[in-house]
Design a protein around this ligand. Sequence first.
Ligand SMILES: [Ca+2]
Length: 183
Amino acid sequence: MKRGRWSVLGLAAALMGCDPAVIDHSPTSNLLDAETASLETGGGVWTAWFAVTIARATTAAREGDAGLRVEVTEPYGWGVATDNWPGFAASPGAHRASFWARGTTGRSLVAEMKVKWRDASGKELRAETLSSPVLSGQWVRTERELTAPAGTERVSVEVTGAEGSPGDVIDLDVLVVQAINAP
Ligand SMILES: [Ca+2]
């Protein structure tokens, strides 16, 4: 993997303050940490869950200088996941999740983002998914509104695909799970 110079911009974003009126996060901020969301200053908490190798890659950026390159190593499905049990801090209520993805031209890859809402102990309360269209070599953004159930205190994220062959590549960037302001 070619490593470019790490941007200080992502670090600055990570240090931006939370709304003092809210315990864990500003209502419109990303629940995922800056590195996990943008890959700008590091690889975040992503882990190769199954049938992949992953890397922060400067050639996998949709925004900024880097993205997450997922290389499929086995047939019949692949997956990456956030590895920071029991997850990022979260609260009940309306949310919006989105991510950018691109695949391998000529392949029929789909990326499915699963958002798992958990209670304080890490018990899964609800899982909601958003699936990309069939990916080409062009970037596409997928978005869905979600509802964290009562009792939610944590959130974790998986991105998987049911299809894939060794050599297929999926690039991911700008992964977001954010609370929506009540009107
Ligand atoms: Ca990026």
